[in-house]
Design a protein around this ligand. Structure first.
Ligand code: GDP
Length: 389
């Protein structure tokens, strides 16, 4: 009987040890490496997982068990390979074919102006073409007037139509405007670029593309996801930033946009970053709301560093609607530059002229596609050359 008792006790002990061993193995087995989700978060210190988590996520410090050979121990996740964005200078030339819609304007004008006789019907057709491309009434009349004068054949040699048209179009687009992006601050302060515009115009995409332009120019940058009303916008920015090693400062969804902007600029200063680019909310609910929100964002930023550039993003395909948006925004903030997106899908290249005239502010960048480097610094002569093919 006693032997039976010893046998039962012995079996029980072996069973308990076996279970303990199994559980112990499970606990010690290192978990797979955690996917890197957060290049986006500002300072790396704030991204360390909370202490409570780390015990679960990290492999134990002691020697691994036989079930977990050293090769399987998760190490620090490999840094993602960063992309090398294209230098800005070559972009407009590379993208000139994308102005297909606007080429029609250039070709159409050349075709009409090359007719043997420039009669009234021809001039009217030229005017219609210009108005149809959204150049605007006053610039159209000015251009037609200049062309009429210069292309009048007065006895001597016929003028070079193409050369005259090129000169006059460049003049209209105004090569004298200063289109340099003000992305540097004074002294220790970073340059601060505030990006404004209505949702859907391509604002967030433009901020992402701008980060790539800055990186291509060998600048350090930080992005602020101050459109806190759309979590998707912050995620979108995070993806853009991750690809080129630019971090994104974001706040809680629905949080105060001004506090995100403030935080980003503060971190930019602390870390000696060259440029902070701030994406803003673009809900055109009413002018007062917009004014309050953008005004506050700008004021709060300027407690630390001046805003060096306010870029208004406009969708070139929206024509007159874009011009109305431009007017509203320019009354709310001092716009210093215009980004015209979606020029690749538009036959309305003339909006470049119209919007510059309306705001007295230069187009500084043009969006010519959905590719990451399809945002180009604008240049009057290169643009006109692209129009004329
Ligand atoms: P947001 O709401 O103003 O922030 O707009 P998004 O940045 O989300 O862009 C809206 C859509 O426009 C996206 O599908 C972009 O890929 C697209 N988009 C932005 N810029 C351009 C451009 O220059 N050309 C084309 N074809 N699409 C663009």
């Amino acid at each position: 009987m006693q032997e039976w008792l010893y046998l039962v006790i012995g079996l029980a002990v072996v069973g308990v040890l076996a279970i303990a061993g199994f559980v112990g193995t499970r606990v010690r087995r290192p978990s797979p490496p955690k996917a890197r989700t957060d290049v986006i978060a500002p300072p790396s210190e704030t991204q360390a997982p909370p202490a409570g988590d780390s015990a679960v996520e990290a492999p134990p410090a002691e020697a691994p068990s036989a079930e977990a050979p050293p090769a399987e121990i998760p190490s620090e996740p490999a840094a993602p390979t960063l992309e090398r964005p294209e230098r800005p200078a070559s972009r407009l030339v590379r993208l000139r074919q994308r102005l297909a819609g606007s080429h029609a304007l250039g070709r159409g004008l050349l075709g009409l102006l090359s007719r043997d006789r420039l009669d009234e019907d021809t001039w009217e057709a030229i005017e219609d073409l210009l108005l149809g491309a959204d150049i605007g009434v006053a610039p159209t009349q000015e251009l037609v007037e200049r062309l009429r004068t210069r292309l009048r054949v007065e006895g001597g040699q016929a003028p070079d139509t193409r050369a005259v048209l090129r000169e006059e179009l460049i003049d209209l687009v105004d090569p004298s405007m200063d289109r340099a992006l003000k992305v540097s601050g004074d002294g220790d302060a970073p340059g601060v670029v505030l990006v404004v515009g209505v949702n859907g115009t391509g604002k967030t995409t433009t901020v992402g593309k701008l980060a790539r332009i800055l990186v291509a120019d060998e600048r350090t940058a930080l992005l602020a996801a101050a459109d806190t009303f759309r979590a998707a916008a912050a995620d979108q920015l995070a993806t853009w930033g991750e690809r080129v090693g630019v971090e994104v400062v974001r706040g809680p969804e629905g949080g105060d946009p001004a506090s995100v902007a403030f935080d980003a600029v503060r971190q930019g200063m602390d870390r000696g970053v060259d440029t902070v680019v701030v994406d803003t909310a673009g809900r055109l609910q009413n002018k007062q709301g917009l004014m309050d929100e953008l005004g506050k964002v700008k004021r709060v930023i300027e407690k630390q560093a001046p805003v060096t550039e306010v870029l208004l993003v406009l969708d070139a395909t929206t024509g007159q609607n874009g011009l109305i948006q431009a007017k509203v925004f320019s009354e709310v903030v001092d716009v210093t530059g215009i980004v015209l997106t979606k020029l690749d899908g538009s036959a309305k290249g003339g909006i470049v002229v119209a919007v510059q005239r309306q705001l007295g502010v230069p187009v500084k960048l043009v969006g010519l596609g959905e590719g990451p480097d399809d945002l180009a610094p604008f240049d009057a002569a290169a643009f006109v050359d692209a129009l004329l093919g």
